[in-house]
Design a protein around this ligand. Structure first.
Ligand SMILES: Nc1ncnc2c1ncn2[C@@H]1O[C@H](COP(=O)(O)OP(=O)(O)OP(=O)(O)O)[C@@H](O)[C@H]1O
Ligand SMILES: [Mg+2]
Length: 338
């Protein structure tokens, strides 16, 4: 995989050519100051105070003077800048996109941070919803610092040209999403996108799914995308209409889902030139099994903490309070022992 292949999948590069077959979106260029704000190692919303600590030169903080003030001389409060221009551009775009949006940067979305939002999704209604997701996401961090990580002609990050992409929110049934793999301009493989669930209708409508996607590829994607090998994600809705969601490079940067990159790159994985029907490999979870763990769940909070925070499980709260009482009591006892 080369840098040019990653660049072809930059949203604002492919969107103009494919906008009739994908979700309506707006692109907002990001200033260097905003990118620096995203790169900074803290989760603070613009315009909010943040406490920073001197790390190299420690000032003695337990002197009587500081204790009297109840302040730590190593700490300073600074206010993060506000980004009025980006704020206004976001508000305008949200209105144009009918009130709710899905945010991402040039290549990736903060899917791994969805747990932090009120409803556990990436549905955003205002700039702060978007900033919180972007600042909390490892996916976004990787885009900012390791844009070309897997490229054989140079790793590293994009220097200029980061963009915020806002897409009109669409309620998507994850069972109807598929990742499609194209090698040498041919559709060689399709994978169910949500590898963590079994959707029985996929097994029942396998032939239709493959032929709808193959026709969509032939008519709308093949030879229109600049590279010969790449992946594209689609949503096949209930009316059998196929919608383009995203492009990704053909290589390690992209999750091959039910395949491996060795398998997909192997010369045996190919289809002949004059196939009208899909003759590649379609992998999905059958009712007999095959569910895989969902990688994005690995970055979530421990369920015990979520349950406590949301009051989902009252028994866990009671256990915690009992534990605190026990610790308190044994602390009192050991105090008495001394
Ligand atoms: N406009 C939208 N509204 C609601 N959900 C969306 C929207 N666009 C995408 N999604 C959901 O978010 C998922 C990820 O979207 P997308 O592929 O754009 O992000 P990504 O970070 O590039 O993911 P990947 O790294 O796997 O390519 C999609 O599979 C879909 O379920
Ligand atoms: Mg993508």
């Amino acid at each position: 995989m080369k840098r040019e292949h990653v660049l072809s999948c930059n949203f604002s590069v492919w969107y103009p050519k494919f906008k009739n077959i994908t979700i309506r979106s707006r692109v907002i260029p990001l200033s260097k100051e905003f990118v620096d704000y995203l790169k900074a190692d803290n989760v603070v919303l613009p315009g909010q105070p943040v406490v920073t600590r001197d790390s190299d030169e420690e000032i003695e903080s337990d002197s009587e003077e500081w204790q009297a003030l109840d302040e730590d001389p190593n700490e300073h409060t600074i206010t993060t800048p506000e980004f009025n221009e980006i704020d206004s551009a976001i508000k305008e775009a949200i209105i144009e996109l009918d009130g709710t949006v899905f945010p991402k940067l040039n290549w990736s979305s903060p899917l791994d941070a969805s747990w932090i939002s009120c409803d556990g999704t990436l549905k955003c209604k205002c700039p702060n919803d978007i900033y919180l997701l972007l600042k909390s996401s490892d996916n976004i961090c990787r885009t900012l610092f390791e844009t070309f990580k897997h490229c054989e002609d140079g790793e590293g990050a994009l220097e200029n040209g980061f963009e915020l992409v806002l897409r009109k929110w669409k309620d998507i049934n994850p069972g109807m999403e598929f990742r499609c793999f194209v090698k040498d301009h041919k559709l060689i493989a399709i994978s169910q996108r949500d590898i963590a669930s079994c959707y029985e209708f996929i097994e029942q409508t396998e032939q239709d799914i493959c032929s709808d996607i193959a026709n969509f590829f032939k008519g709308k994607i093949a030879y229109k995308f600049p590279d010969s090998s790449y992946t594209f994600d689609v949503y096949r809705s209930a009316g059998q209409k196929v919608l383009l969601i995203d492009f990704n490079p053909f290589g390690a940067q992209t999750d091959p889902l039910f395949f491996t990159w060795d398998e997909l790159s192997d010369p045996s994985m190919s289809v002949s030139d004059n196939d009208d029907e899909f003759k590649g490999v379609f992998k999905y979870v059958t009712s007999a099994g095959g569910v895989q763990p969902n990688a994005s769940h690995l970055s979530r909070m421990p369920t015990d903490i979520v349950d406590l925070a949301c009051g989902n499980d009252i028994n866990k709260l009671v256990d915690l309070l009992n534990l605190r009482n026990l610790i308190g009591r044994s602390g009192d006892e050991s105090d008495e022992d001394q």
